[in-house]
Write a protein that binds this ligand. Sequence first.
Ligand code: N01
Length: 552
Amino acid sequence: MMNHPEPTHEHDPGPLDADVLIVGAGVTGIHQLYLAREAGFSVRLLEAGDGVGGTWYWNRYPGCRFDSESYTYAYLFSKELFDEWEWREQFAEQPETERYLNHVVDRFDLRRHMRFDARVTSATFDEPTATWTVVTDDGTKSRSRYLIAATGVLSVPFYPDVPGRADFRGQSMHTGRWPAAPVDLTAKRVAVIGTGSSGVQIAPVIVDEVASLTVYQRSANWCTPLNNAPITSDEQKQLRVGFEAMSEVLNTSTAGFLHPANDRSAFDDTEEERQAFFETMWRSPGFSKLSSNYADVLFDDGANAEWCEFITRKIRGIVQDPGTADKLIPKDHGFGEKRPPFVTGYYEMFNDPKVSLVDLKQTPIERITERGIETADGVQEFDVIVWATGFDFGTGALLRMGVRGRDGLALVDHWAEGPTTFLGVQTTGFPNFFFPGGPHAAAGNNPRYNGDQVEFITRALASLRDDGFDTIEVGPEAEESWTAMVDRGAGQSPFGEASYFFGTNIPGKPRKYLLNSGGRPKLFKEIAKVEANDYQAFRRTRTSDGGNRGQR
Ligand code: N01
């Protein structure tokens, strides 16, 4: 346990509540809490929701599920935990994931460090003591040495500014704020606005119960099958036997998946071989369509076009009405320029006569009325409108928390032109503040990247303690170089170019890449360098003895 400082200067804000204060009880926050406590720090966690799960707490819409394989998304820090939790499906549904995260919290006795219904409204760095004071919406203050915001990248739902949204008299829900109480959609006339991963997941799952389903599509997406399946008892056994080997792959692979990379280029193969390969891809699970596809599928226009033509033929083969099929085929971007959704029964659903598709490029939404949605084609009445319109990705939650660093610098001003980070964990001017799983963090199977980050942060805090420091702040050179790497990498492939990955779905948000374009190899390399160089990328000081800065 770290000794709580005894401030000797006049400025004495009282004792600390914890060494480490974490915000957010999602996958990253739980992991960070566990590691920090295991490392001997006193810990607290504040969570805005009234339960554990983060993304897997708020996104409880029907059909919400992983598109990373369940066991590859799960924690790997305990073999016992891995052994005792049997994922039922290759791609688990939200309720199972929420149960799993609750199980982890209880199994490792983490709940007693958590406070729920505690939304952070301000977080202020106090320079003389190098501590953070965090205030929640009920006015409670907490002080800590270190503040770790594990607030996630998809935690602020985005509602487009459509006139009349508040006028609708029926039920209106965002997928990212789905009510905990069951929503009865039986025999209801339902609209789903948005065809990103959430919209295309919910629609086919509710279609059987509703009276009618109308999908409002602004951009068609290159959807391919998820190819989910139950995990058989033999597979369960193999997973347990192969845990170490699997962990090794997951802990070292580029995007945190098990799918092997393909070193072939599309035109290394004949036309016939290519079509056979694409068929294999179509039948393969989840993200393997990106990770195991031809190596040049994102980099060569011809290769990308061939794969898109293959998907186009599939769509035309499944969707019986040629007009609808045509609308469902993207014309404005290639595969991977938007985050590809993985679907079950999505295209097939359009063959059901109660399902219709509105192409918003032809007939944009003009307004929401009391009874429904008005486009140039008139008003269509609904009982329920589902807003599957995405999130203020990457920085949304961090910038709403009222974070102020050195000299009162507001994070919202510091990042007015977009986030600047080192390793996606720290930014200059905000000592002792970390944000794993935030901007510049991941670009693949999120828990693997975010796990790398929380492990690094925990080691960094332990090294501070061991070396007699209590304050850590990244230097400007390291931040500039990491941010420049992210921006440079983002320009090198069209990946996510047409998507919220650049923040362009939010009016007024600067266009900046929000993922880690260097991937895990770059993260591993930089972390190794930092640790080998005794944290020279950071300014480490001692403050709690009254400002005696033992800088190194
Ligand atoms: O959000 P999105 P999402 N009028 O931003 C449309 C993860 N996730 O919640 O493309 C009409 O992708 C917008 O249209 P356009 C995953 O990382 C994972 O679906 O901007 N439509 C788009 O179609 C995912 O990428 C899973 O033209 C409007 C949609 O709303 C991320 O969460 C499942 C509009 C928003 O799509 C976000 O996915 C679900 C307007 N004014 C989510 N404004 C898994 O499978 C926006 N749209 C694990």
